[in-house]
Design a protein around this ligand. Structure first.
Ligand code: ZN
Length: 88
């Protein structure tokens, strides 16, 4: 018997946690409710066409773009960081 400290169940738990993480990230990023009249970030008016196209939109186009980039960087970094520290 090899002294494996990671049982099958533990591996499955890690997979589940990873999926749950990804789902909750995705949920947080889904806009819901009323669209804002003005960008939540820079307070510029959001065009009506954009508000209708995206339910619950909160950011103008340029803020949304930079927010999307930040989110990819942040979530990638956080996920790697937190999982690594849990595994060691
Ligand atoms: Zn903005």
């Amino acid at each position: 018997m090899a002294g494996g400290f990671a049982k099958d169940g533990a591996v499955q738990e890690q997979i589940d946690a990873t999926i749950a993480d990804a789902v909750s990230h995705a949920r947080q990023r889904l806009p819901n409710g009323e669209s804002l009249q003005n960008c939540a970030n820079c307070d510029k008016p959001i065009p009506p066409a954009r508000r209708e196209a995206i339910l619950g939109v909160r950011l103008c186009v340029s803020c949304q773009e930079s927010d999307d980039k930040d989110a990819v960087i942040r979530s990638g970094y956080n996920r790697r960081g937190s999982k690594d520290s849990q595994l060691r």
